[in-house]
Design a protein around this ligand. Structure first.
Ligand SMILES: Cc1ncc(COP(=O)(O)O)c(C=O)c1O
Length: 437
């Protein structure tokens, strides 16, 4: 595949630079126009395989699928916005009821918003209301969003926080990033030194557990580097929350909605949270965030939290159609995730054997990260090389995203064809081989 960056693309990018305040564009000149399934096409007709799902949004394939698109079209002729926070509505409540069927027992309340960060803002406020406590804990390398409350919980990159402090009363504690253990230990002989640190230092010397309202946790850290913790770590955090009456919030904004082969990524660890937050893929590309709470936590007082667009009827139509599609096809989707995951992990682990630069391969389901290093012994992050590989893959027809310092994330649609996976992995291997020379 030859990718031709013509005047039309250059003009679009120059115009963007002139008018937009956005600060996070990728290094490669990708201006998408349309797409379907595993593939996307830019404004000049260049075709790409998509391993990004447009930042974990298109779980049912690029541009969602026919049923989701039709549901949105149909709703536009009925009513676009129903002011669900001020008026009542049938469809948002029916969707909430259907969504709750996907949740563990005891979850009975849903709050709608428009993004991942808002779903976490709501969880932050709700957990304070439920516990009447001020503090929160979250983890180093966590990403929970960029509005001020969520940004206080985030600790994936200091550049995201520069000039914005001081933040909410949140304390960051170590996550089980075992490939780069902050205590220089190895799992399992470490005895989970990271949890021990939180218990012995943070909760003994900084803030008592009984003043902590919530622990925010990504079951698998996303933006921070696709970090998969040991099951025991997640269970210990649950235990810590229980011992201190703390609400455990699972941020499933990136890891949820079947990405790992289970509707909730936390289920891979046999742990249940008290609040779940979701967004990204839930409405197939239409903005939507949800915060789902356990019945036993109670209600929130009138007027304590609301928004204008939560429960928007187009978003609800898309989300309902997506959930229906998922439920109708759940066994084939689950099987596709399982087999696709096996295929990707096998190929990447073979690359790890062959190339010094491939330091670590990790992931569950179709949420997979490859951490690149200068060499396996020093584990020095190969940042420039990672960026170069992603850029070169783009020029060879594959869309990839980075994560952490030197990780490539592989998050294709859950419906991805295995022949597409093979083609994409061939492109990645070719670039790893070239840079390894
Ligand atoms: C785990 C997690 N939480 C929250 C967010 C923020 O979501 P949004 O960008 O929709 O605000 C993200 C976005 O990448 C995320 O990955």
């Amino acid at each position: 595949m030859t990718i031709n960056i013509d005047k039309k693309i250059k003009d679009a990018i120059n115009k963007d630079k002139k008018f937009m305040l956005t600060t996070t564009r990728s290094d490669y000149p990708f201006v998408p126009k349309t797409g379907k399934g595993d593939f996307v096409e830019d404004i000049s007709g260049n075709k790409f395989i998509d391993f990004s799902t447009f930042i974990s949004v298109y779980n049912m394939g690029v541009n969602a699928n026919y049923e989701i698109r039709e549901a949105i079209k149909k709703q536009t002729d009925v009513l676009i916005h129903g002011a669900f926070t001020d008026f009542y509505g049938e469809n948002p409540v029916n969707f909430a009821e259907d969504l709750l069927k996907m949740m563990p027992k005891g979850f009975g309340r849903v709050f709608f918003s428009n993004s991942g960060t808002e779903s976490n803002e709501a969880a932050l406020k709700f957990s304070k209301i439920f516990t009447k406590r001020q503090y929160t804990l979250s983890f180093y390398s966590a990403f929970h969003g960029r509005t001020m409350g969520s940004l206080g919980l985030t600790a994936s990159r200091s550049s995201q926080k520069t000039h914005f402090g001081p933040f909410n009363s949140n304390i960051h504690v170590p996550y089980a990033y075992c490939y780069r253990c902050p205590f220089g230990k190895e799992y399992p002989s470490c005895g989970l030194a990271c949890v021990d640190y939180t218990k012995k230092n943070v909760l003994k010397k900084e803030v008592p557990g009984k003043e902590v309202s919530a622990i925010f946790m990504e079951p698998i850290q996303g933006e921070g580097g696709y970090i998969v913790p040991p099951k025991e770590f997640v269970k210990e955090i649950r235990k810590l929350a229980d011992e201190n009456g703390i609400v455990l919030v699972a941020d499933e904004v990136q890891s949820g909605y079947m990405r790992t082969g289970k509707f909730l990524a936390l289920d891979n660890f046999d742990v249940t949270a008290d609040i779940y937050t979701m967004a990204k893929s839930i409405a197939g590309g239409v903005p939507m965030g949800v915060t789902i709470t356990k019945n036993s936590l109670g209600d929130i007082p009138a007027g304590s939290h609301a928004n204008t667009f939560g429960g928007n009827l187009l978003a609800v139509a898309a989300a309902e159609a997506s959930l229906k599609h998922l439920n109708k096809n759940i066994s084939s989707i689950r099987n596709n995730i399982k087999e696709g995951s096996k295929l990707i992990l096998k190929r990447l682990n073979e690359m790890k054997e062959k190339y010094e630069i491939v330091g670590d391969v990790r992931g569950i389901g179709l949420m997979i990260g490859v951490e690149l290093v200068k060499d396996k012994k020093s584990k020095e992050p190969a940042v420039k090389e990672r960026d170069e590989i992603i850029e070169n893959c783009f020029y060879n027809g594959l869309i990839l995203l980075p994560a952490g310092d030197s990780v490539i994330r592989i998050i294709p649609p859950l419906t991805v064809k295995h022949s597409t996976l093979e083609k994409g992995l061939d492109i990645i291997e070719e670039q790893i081989r070239k840079i390894s020379k």
